[in-house]
Design a protein around this ligand. Structure first.
Ligand SMILES: Nc1nc2c(ncn2[C@@H]2O[C@H](COP(=O)(O)OP(=O)(O)OP(=O)(O)O)[C@@H](O)[C@H]2O)c(=O)[nH]1
Length: 384
């Protein structure tokens, strides 16, 4: 398991621990009140009430810490810090419950012995069932009730009490083994979950991305464009499509080799990715052809964006083993015409504009519709 995955798993363990314990907010206060009521049978009511009051405050504090942990949605690097906070908050809860031996156990009072032992056997069982996802917290949580379970019989003296101590110790050992075993299984499940999530992410990347450039691939682009086209048609929002094709790419391959050609493709893709907005869908459709789908974009902005792309690519200097290559692109721009527009007609129109840009001398932008009123005169001249 590498370091990153280790940290991710430890954070998942902490999350699972918190998930198990956050439900304490429903039952723990009730258990506290019932226990305090039972204690009053042989303990002064003010003492029982004081214990209950302290425990209720401790519950409120640790539930507060858990709630903050969930809201903070910490990353793997914060796991140690949160584990420490939680260990303190929940440790106080375990100490508070285990302090029942101080409040409630009276040497020679058999009822009090049975009561405190029952409380701590229950506490150890609950701890094993609920604290097992996080090993360190499980061990910490077990110490106070384990000490409280064996302390009274240990101090009692005599064979019966010695037997009770032995029984208590065996029970603790067994529960510790059970807790660690469940911990191992949950950890294995969490590691598998992390690995599955990684595989799914990788699979999604492979299905949607072009391996050479890291841009979206044709398959993803078509799906995204279909959805955008429907949305734009339904809400009558503007939608622009840019088709980009690297100029004279074949000679680059022929002169510098296919691998050098790949480097140029990557460089062009990189500069395009830096130039488009986050909402735009930039894809490599294949070969040296790219497309940008621009939602909520009117013709004037689409043209300006295409010009920016063209200039950015023209500003590239690709240092290849055989010399410097300065790539350029020809760009065709088309606007969605409305509800009757299909994706193939939309792409065909953008393609026509791009071929017109090639025909007009390359390294230029051609719009498939009239250029914006009062816009760039050069743009108007370049209308396909
Ligand atoms: N290095 C590399 N070359 C590719 C890849 N895919 C396609 N090509 C090459 O891209 C070239 C495209 O050439 P053409 O379609 O003739 O176009 P062009 O030379 O760019 O000319 P114009 O588009 O008219 O400016 C071909 O030589 C393909 O082999 C790829 O993934 N890597």
């Amino acid at each position: 398991m590498d370091h990153a995955r280790n940290a991710g798993v430890r954070l998942s363990q902490l999350g699972l621990y918190v998930d198990n314990h956050i439900h304490d907010k429903y039952l723990a206060p009730l258990l506290t009140v019932v226990t305090a009521a039972l204690l009053t049978t042989w303990v002064a009511p003010w003492k029982a009430a004081l214990w209950a009051a302290i425990e209720l405050v401790v519950i409120a504090v640790y539930i507060g810490v858990y709630t903050r942990f969930r809201r903070a949605a910490p990353g793997p690097q914060d796991e140690r810090l949160w584990a420490r906070r939680i260990a303190l908050a929940h440790g106080a809860h375990m100490v508070s419950w285990s302090s029942i031996i101080v409040w409630g156990w009276q040497p020679g009072n058999f009822n009090s012995l049975m009561f405190t032992m029952l409380i701590h056997v229950g506490l150890i069982s609950l701890t094993v069932a609920m604290s097992n996802p996080h090993r360190r917290l499980l061990l910490g949580d077990l110490v106070p009730p384990a000490v409280a379970l064996v302390a009274p019989p240990l101090l009692g003296g005599g064979l019966f009490y010695l037997g009770l101590t032995m029984l208590g110790l065996l029970f603790i050992a067994l529960m510790l083994l059970v807790g660690l075993k469940i911990h191992a299984s949950t950890t294995e499940a969490l590691v598998l979950r992390e690995r599955n999530a990684e595989l799914i992410r990788e699979l999604e990347r492979q299905v949607t991305r072009d391996p050479l450039t890291g841009l979206f691939n044709r398959r993803h682009f078509i799906a995204a464009a279909q959805a955008e086209l429907q949305r734009a048609a339904r809400y009558r929002h503007p939608l622009a499509l840019l088709m980009l094709d690297i100029d004279h790419f074949k000679p680059i391959n022929d002169t510098h080799g296919h691998l050098a050609g790949d480097e140029v493709l990557k460089a062009v893709a990189g500069v395009c990715a830096q130039t488009v907005r986050g909402e735009d869908c930039l894809a490599r459709l294949g070969g040296e052809e790219f497309a940008v789908l621009m939602p909520e974009t009117a013709l004037a902005q689409a043209f300006a964006a295409a010009e920016r792309l063209r200039e950015s690519v023209a500003g590239l200097r690709c240092e290849l083993p055989g010399g410097t290559v300065v790539p350029t692109v020809s760009i065709g721009v088309a606007m969605c015409t409305g509800p009757t527009e299909t994706l193939s007609s939309f792409m065909r129109r953008a393609d026509h504009a791009m071929y017109a840009a090639k025909a007009q001398g390359r390294n230029r932008v051609v719009v498939e519709q009239p250029a914006p009123q009062g816009g760039d005169m050069e743009a108007a001249a370049r209308v396909a």
